[in-house]
Design a protein around this ligand. Structure first.
Ligand SMILES: [Zn+2]
Length: 188
């Protein structure tokens, strides 16, 4: 019987991105590990089927996203499951992640997406929260310290690190078509 030892939730609030992003003409780079290219998602990351080809393309283009995915791949005690919430209504949040910590060190992260736009940034942002947990970041403690880059938003935690990395991956993945990805209709 699994015992949940602690729950941490992260949210991604609706933000306005105002920086200018120049058009990228860079050739996609393919990382190589164990003799093969790292173009597939690890088995401990489950994503909606419609998003898989998109994320694999991001993996080819973004070195930062590849580092995140490799960190998750090498942490088999961690599982991240991403699903769509109801995207038909407006939400204050763009995404929400709930981290469940189990007795033997296993970590389950359940991420709900509330947006069909900016999905690359949002997923990279939430994935960075998972990387923070893999790195052993104590967000609860850090949020009580000034200038730690960790703060609370209501009952949730937010980190500067996830904000920066999410935007960076979105920049590196610029040009990946997201128009083809249509989230499923919410079930009645
Ligand atoms: Zn966040």
């Amino acid at each position: 019987m699994a015992v949940v030892r602690g729950l941490i939730t992260f949210i991604l609030t609706l933000t306005l991105l105002v920086f200018f992003v120049p058009e990228s003409h860079a050739e996609p780079v393919v990382a190589v590990e164990d003799g093969g290219p790292v173009t597939s998602l690890p088995s401990n990351l489950s994503v909606p089927g419609a998003l898989r080809p998109l994320l694999e393309e991001v993996l080819r283009r973004s070195p930062t996203f590849r580092q995140q995915v490799q960190k998750l791949r090498h942490a088999p005690h961690v599982r991240m499951a991403i699903r769509y919430g109801d995207v038909s209504t407006w939400h204050v949040l763009r995404a929400e992640s709930v981290v469940s910590r189990y007795e033997w060190g296993a970590l389950q992260v359940d991420t709900t997406l509330y947006t069909a736009r900016d999905v690359i940034e949002v997923i990279a942002h939430e994935l960075e929260h998972v990387c923070e947990q893999i790195d052993g970041l104590d967000v609860r403690q850090l949020s009580q310290r000034r200038h730690s880059g960790v703060y609370t938003v209501g009952q949730h935690f937010e980190t500067q690190r996830a904000i920066v990395i999410g935007r960076q991956v979105a920049r590196e993945a610029l040009g990946v078509t997201v128009g083809a990805v249509v989230p499923p209709r919410p079930s009645a």
